[in-house]
Structures are given as C-alpha cells and as structure tokens.
Design a protein around this ligand. Sequence first.
Ligand SMILES: Cc1ncc(COP(=O)(O)O)c(C=O)c1O
Length: 394
Amino acid sequence: MNNIRYDFNKITDRTGTNSLKWDKYKDALPMWVADMDIEVLPEIREVVVKRAEHGIYGYTTVDSEWSGSYINWWKTRHSFEIRKEWLRFVTGVIPAMNLLIRNISGEGDNVVIQTPVYPAFFNIIRRNKRNVLENMLIYDRQERAYSVDWTDLEAKLSDPETKIMILCNPQNPAGNIWDKETLKRIGELCEKNGVTVLSDEIHCDIVAPGREYTPFASVSEINRSISISFISPTKAFNVAGIQSAAALAVDPELRKAAWECFETGYIDEGNYFSTDICKAAFSEAGAEWIDQLRIHLWNNRKIAEDYIRDNMPELRVIPSDASYLMWVDCSAVMKDSVSFVYHLERKAGVMFSAGKSFGGNGDYFVRINLACPESMLKEGLTRFRAGVASYGVQ
Ligand SMILES: Cc1ncc(COP(=O)(O)O)c(C=O)c1O
C-alpha cells in the first residue's frame, strides 16, 4: 500500500443520507449495490460546494467543456479519439438504453445479453415487452473463468427477431475485459445480422493496475457503424447519485435516431451539479486519484481472495480484471442464492447480491462489493465466514 495519497480507509457514516445501500437492509453491513463507501476526489467535493453556495439551482446547460472532458479522458486514458458530435449527455445508462430498446426494436423482438450480467438489463427488456435471449457465458469451474459461447451467440443473433445486443464491457459481475478480437467478432456478427449493439462501458475506468479496456467503437469501422456506447464517471468516481452519463454514437443515422429518442424522453438535460462534477472527475487530479484507488481496490480484492481461500476453501472466487465487484462460486455450500443471501443478512449481518438475478448460472454465486475501507471489508468477510458456517445448520 505504498504511495497512497488519499485516505481510502476512512470510515464515513452514510446513515441518514437516504443511501440506498445503507438504508435498505438496516441491520446488515451492506456489500451489495455498486457504489463505494469511499469519499470522492477532493476536487469533486470542491465543485459541489462551490455550486451549492451559489444559492440558485435552475435549469442547466451542457457546455462544450463537458464533452471536452470526455474527449480528453478517452484520448489520454483509452487511446480513443472521440469527436464532439458523437457525444450526448443522458441522465443515465439504463434510462438511455431503456428508451433505445423501445425505439430500435418492437414488441416481441429479441434482445441478446450475455449472462450472468447486471440485472437491470433483464428489466428494461422485459418491461418493454421484448424477449431476453440469454447468450450464457461458458463457465469453466476449474479455471474459474467465463468465456463467450460463439456457437450460441451466432444462433441467437441470426434469429430474424433479434434486433439488439446489449454488451457489458467490462462485464459486471465477473469482471471480464473483452479483448479487441472478441469485440471485433461480436461487431461482425451483429452487422451481418442487422443487430444494433448497445455497449455499456460504465465500469471501464476501474480496471486492475496495469490493465486497460478496449472501447467497442474503437475497434473497427463496422463496430462504429452499428453501435451506441455508454460511458460515465459515475461508477469510477463514486458519483452514481448525480444521474449522469454520455451516449456515444458515430453513425449519423443511428445517432439521429438516438438523439431524437433522448430528446423525446427528456433525458438529455444535465442537473445543476452533474456537468461540473464530470469535468472535475475527468481531469489530471481525477487520473491520479483513480490510479491510487485501483491500487486500494485490488489490495482489497487480494485480502478477500486470501481470506476466502484460507477460511472457506470450498468457495471459489472468480479472478477479475475489472470493477470492484467480486463474483464468488458458492455452489459447494448452497444451491439457492436468494435464500443464502437472506440467511447471510439475517443470521450473519452482512448483505451481498444474490447471483440469481444476474441470470445464467448466477444462482450458484454471490456478488460482493469490495469498494470500502479495509476494516469494513475485513468485518464483512468475518461475518461471511460465520454465515457460511451456520447455513443449513438447524
Ligand atoms: C453494467 C452497469 N450498467 C449500468 C449501471 C447503472 O447505470 P446508470 O446509473 O447510469 O443508469 C450499472 C450500475 O451498477 C452497471 O453495473
């Protein structure tokens, strides 16, 4: 833990702040929903305080500095040159994809997702009366790894009713960073079958030290012509409560349709704080902070991996290159993640996400949020161990 300049181990009391994570299961240490128990970059707090002090919080425009901050960040951090006109402010990745599903597909059409994956994907497909086509990732229990089932993916994309594929790049929960070849092949298959790709890249800035993610649209002309990507500072900079993201569409026709759909849904206007926060995050100070944070998060991951290996050897941690979420195979001790998680909450005082809602083989897993101070993580792991020991015992 050398060279850590920020105090990622500071405990900040979030009770009484309407925190979803802390309010929902009051008696359990919350290690479920994906936000961090870590205070933001000091420069973000400064811009919030400055704007709050102004005293009038009216309608707010999205200026060119906002797009400039994304352009500069993707160029310097992700080697991808974005043009200003490709970007549009949206109030969230999920609200934007929800509207696009309604716009690009019709009722009864198929949307392909690769499971296990972020549960909200199921909701925005099913509640819009579209069908979820699960391209289940292949799980190698021995190798503790997931990979793409290409035969199944090809079959599902070639179904004439399939109109959209939602890609999670990097993948939540297992943390795959999809490589260039995989992204290229997905792009080619989707193009061949007339399928539009919505690439959710919200977790892209939290990758293991030394690793890098590849933006879907950076890979090829084909990928650029069939996709709309979503990028945002909210996960990496712990500002999910500001409801802010950017849609990135290169193809003029696709872009026109998408922008119209965001305008119709009134999701293209920033709130009073969001654009300044975004600029503060995608900055030099933000780059330094995020690099230090990644060291902290992968240190936490190592603590958790070691603890589980030494104390709950029957469980299997899936090694991850991205996000602060840990996907743990608990199939040796349970067959129903919902009742297991309920037990952990009620009897052991720790709350994880049940894997079932992620689809695929998720019901054998729990997802643990590691983004917290080290002491909190250790307390959560101790409770986890007690909960595993008492599960199924009368
Ligand atoms: C993969 C993924 N996409 C989207 C979201 C939510 O994005 P937003 O708050 O911008 O709708 C999350 C939140 O955890 C996520 O993990």
